[in-house]
Design a protein around this ligand. Structure first.
Ligand code: BG6
Length: 525
C-alpha cells in the first residue's frame, strides 16, 4: 500500500531527477477492512447464466480478498437435480478460466459450496430449504444470517419471496443476529402496476431494510466516482446548472446482440432493459442535488427528487424526442452477425426495439431548459458508456475579427466503459506566430497511480448486501417514479397503431438508424 510519505518522496525524487512529476495526490487503496457477519448465501437460479458468469466468480474473488465472512456457506438452489459435487464441478468450469484461478484456493472455496434442488412453487420444498440451512448453521456456525439472491427469471420473484416468507425464512431475530436479506435483480416489474404488485408481495415476507434491488451499473467504480467528482471538488459544482451547461449526453452502446436472452428481451426491449433502470441511474447522478450527507437514504432522497422532476415525454413519433430502432444483419469487427429478427427465440415480425435515443428534460430550477440526450443500443460498433457534459459556448468571442472558425465549447466526459477516465476539452493557442485555436484534452485515467486489485460491480454489491448498506440499490419510490415516466411512453410506443412506424431498422455495426443521427450527434459531437 502506498503511504502519503512514499508518494511525497516519489514526487520529490521525480523533481530531483528532472522528470515530470506525477502531481496526483497519493493513492489510498480502498480495500475492504471491516468484518462481515458469518452468513449463508443462497442463490436461486444456481444453474443459470448469471450465477456461473457473474455471481460465482464474484464470490470466488471476494474469497481471495479480505472481504469474506468467516464462516460463510454458499448454497446453490435450482430445479435441476444435482449432487453437491456436480454443482461444484459446474461452478469450477467458470472460475477455472479466470486469470486469478488458484487450484488450492478453489479447493478451499469449494468446501463451502452446497446445493439444494428446489421446486420453486412448493412450500414443502422451501420448508426443506429451511431445514437444510439450519443444518448448515449448526455445522458451520453461520448464525442464521441469510442472504437470498434471486438470479431467476422475474416471473419467479413473487413465488419465491412468498414461499420464503411462508417457510419463516424472512424472519429476523430481534437482537440483530440472524438477519435475512433478499436481493432482487432488475427488472423490478414490467410496468408501474406490476412493479407495485411485486413490491407488495416482497413486503409480505420481508421489510424494506431487508430488500436490496440491485442495479449493477450503480456499483461500477466509475459510476460511483461521479458523485465524488461532483461533490468532492469545488470547481465543477458552480458550473453544474442551466447557466453553464448547454446539454448533457448519456450513452451506453453495446456490441453484443440479444445473445440467448430472447425470451426476456422480446418482452422488455431496450426501454425496459436499459433505460428504466441503468440510464435513469446515470441521469440521476448527473442531475441530483447534493445530499446533506453521504448516506444511503440522503443520497437516495436526492435521486428520487430528480426522478420526480422528469418531464413526461409525449408524442412518440416526433424524432426530436424519441427514436427507436432494431438491428438488421451487419458486420461487427469484420464478423457477419444476424438480424435481431433472425436471432433464436425472436419472432420473425418482432417490433421489439434494440436501440433508443431520447431527449429528456428535468423540470426544476437547476436544469430548466437543459436537454438530456440518452442513447443505448445493441449491435453498435463499440462498447461505450459515457456521460458527456457539453458546456455553453463562450458568451462573446474576442476573436471575431480573426477568422478562427467556430470555438468549440468545453466538454467534460465521464468515461465508464471501456475506458474509465475523465477528460476535459478546452481551447488553447496553437504554437506559432499567428493566432490559431487548438482544442486539447486533459485526461485523467481512473486507475492512475493505483496498482491495487479491482473490484467488479457484483463483488461490490455483494459486500454491500452483507453489510446491509443500501446506498447503491434502488428504493421503491425511485422505481415507481421511473416507471411512471416510462410506462405511458412504452404503452404508446407499443400500441398497434403506431409501433410499426416507430421502429427504424439499422445495420448491425452502425450507430443506429439514420433518423437517430441528429440526436446522437448532439451526444457525441
Ligand atoms: C443488463 C442488460 O442489465 O446490462 C443487458 O440486461 C446489457 O441487456 C447489460 O447487455 C449491460 O451491462 P454492462 O455492464 O455490460 O454495460
Amino acid at each position: 500500500m502506498s503511504s502519503p510519505n512514499n508518494s511525497k518522496n516519489q514526487i520529490s525524487e521525480a523533481l530531483v531527477g528532472g522528470t515530470a512529476p506525477d502531481l496526483g495526490m497519493p493513492t489510498q487503496l480502498c480495500l475492504f477492512e471491516g468484518n462481515l457477519d458469518p452468513c449463508t448465501i443462497v442463490i436461486f437460479g444456481a444453474s443459470g447464466d448469471l450465477t456461473s458468469r457473474k455471481l460465482m466468480p464474484a464470490l470466488y474473488n471476494l474469497y481471495l480478498s479480505s472481504a469474506w465472512p468467516n464462516p460463510c456457506c454458499v448454497v446453490g438452489a435450482a430445479r435441476t437435480s444435482l449432487s453437491r459435487e456436480e454443482f461444484q464441478s459446474k461452478m469450477h468450469a467458470g472460475i477455472a478460466s479466470q486469470g486469478n484461478y488458484d487450484a488450492k484456493k478453489w479447493q478451499e472455496f469449494a468446501q463451502g459450496l452446497n446445493y439444494y434442488a428446489i421446486e420453486y412453487d412448493s412450500q414443502a420444498s422451501c420448508q426443506g430449504l429451511h431445514a437444510f440451512l439450519r443444518n448448515l448453521d449448526g455445522r458451520h456456525g453461520t448464525r442464521g444470517n441469510r442472504l437470498f439472491y434471486l438470479a431467476v427469471p422475474p416471473s419467479l420473484y413473487q413465488t419465491i419471496s412468498h414461499n420464503l416468507g411462508q417457510a419463516g425464512l424472512g424472519q429476523e431475530s430481534l437482537d440483530g443476529q440472524g438477519w435475512s436479506r433478499i436481493v432482487v435483480e432488475k427488472p423490478f416489474g414490467h410496468d408501474l402496476h406490476s412493479a407495485m404488485e411485486l413490491d407488495t408481495t416482497l413486503h409480505q415476507s420481508f421489510q424494506e431494510h431487508q430488500i436490496f434491488r440491485i442495479d449493477h451499473y450503480m456499483a461500477k467504480e466509475t459510476v460511483q466516482n461521479i458523485l465524488i467528482c461532483r461533490f468532492a471538488n469545488s470547481i465543477f459544482e458552480p458550473l453544474w446548472n442551466r447557466n453553464f451547461i448547454d446539454h448533457v449526453g448519456i450513452i451506453a452502446a453495446e456490441k453484443i446482440g440479444v445473445e440467448h436472452r430472447a425470451g426476456f428481451y422480446e418482452q422488455a426491449g431496450v426501454l425496459r432493459d436499459m433505460f428504466q433502470n441503468h440510464m435513469m441511474q446515470l441521469l440521476a447522478l448527473i442531475a441530483m442535488e447534493p445530499p446533506s450527507r453521504f448516506e444511503a437514504e440522503r443520497v437516495r432522497d436526492e435521486k428520487v427528487k430528480g426522478f420526480r422532476s422528469l418531464k413526461p415525454i409525449s408524442a412518440p413519433g416526433s424524432v426530436e424526442n424519441l427514436v427507436l430502432g432494431q438491428y438488421e444483419a451487419g458486420q461487427i469487427d469484420g464478423v457477419t452477425v444476424p438480424a435481431y429478427r433472425a436471432e433464436p427465440g425472436v419472432r420473425p415480425d418482432s417490433l421489439t426495439p434494440t436501440f433508443a435515443v431520447m431527449r429528456v428534460f428535468i423540470d426544476n430550477w437547476r436544469w430548466r431548459g437543459v436537454p438530456f440526450y440518452l442513447a443505448s443500443g445493441k449491435r453498435l460498433p463499440q462498447k461505450l458508456t459515457q456521460l458527456i457534459i457539453h458546456f455553453k459556448e463562450v458568451p462573446h468571442s474576442l476573436f471575431a475579427n480573426i477568422d478562427l472558425g467556430a470555438i468549440t465549447p468545453n466538454r467534460l466526459i465521464l468515461g465508464i466503459q471501456p475506458e474509465e477516465k475523465i477528460t476535459l476539452t478546452f481551447q488553447t493557442k496553437n504554437p506559432g506566430a499567428t493566432v490559431c485555436l487548438r482544442g486539447v484534452t486533459m485526461d485523467f485515467n481512473y486507475y492512475q497511480n493505483y496498482h491495487g486489485p479491482m473490484m467488479d460491480a457484483y463483488e461490490k454489491s455483494l459486500i454491500d448486501v452483507m453489510q446491509g448498506d443500501h446506498m447503491l440499490f434502488w428504493r421503491q419510490d425511485g422505481v415507481e417514479l421511473c416507471w411512471s415516466f416510462f410506462s405511458p411512453l412504452i404503452e404508446q410506443c407499443e400500441s398497434c397503431a403506431i409501433s410499426e412506424k416507430l421502429i427504424h431498422p439499422y445495420k448491425a455495426g452502425s450507430w443506429g438508424p439514420a433518423a437517430a443521427q441528429p440526436l446522437l450527434n448532439l451526444i457525441l459531437a
